[in-house]
Design a protein. Sequence first.
Length: 135
Amino acid sequence: KVRIKAFVETQALSEKLVQKYLEGVEKNLNKDPEFTLYHVDRGEPIEQDDFYSGFLEVNFSAKSLGSIIRFVLIYAPSSIEVIKPPKAEFTAFELQEALMDLTNWAYKYNEMAKKYLKRAEIERFNESLFQQKKK
């Protein structure tokens, strides 16, 4: 098991929607057998400009590399830290499973982007990805 500390943030037009989303994240993590929650701190929503924002700090363990990647893809944490172990080993099979999950998610996002974005928007986004890599 790998112990993780992560921050999941959200914004919405109402305080109630922020609370509902954060409660849902906590509920989903609690019932997911891949995760064991040790500590959850839900920040009170605050109003910023025309939005409300809030965060969830979660301290949990994950059973596999794949479940960590799934956590990142589903909840898009703003910050994530491996607490322990200081060194982790994964079998080639575990790594392959995690990479295939990542590939499937990337493919689905790509298909969705092609459906909803204009070609110029996709090209600008792709350029921004490659510019980040050069830095």
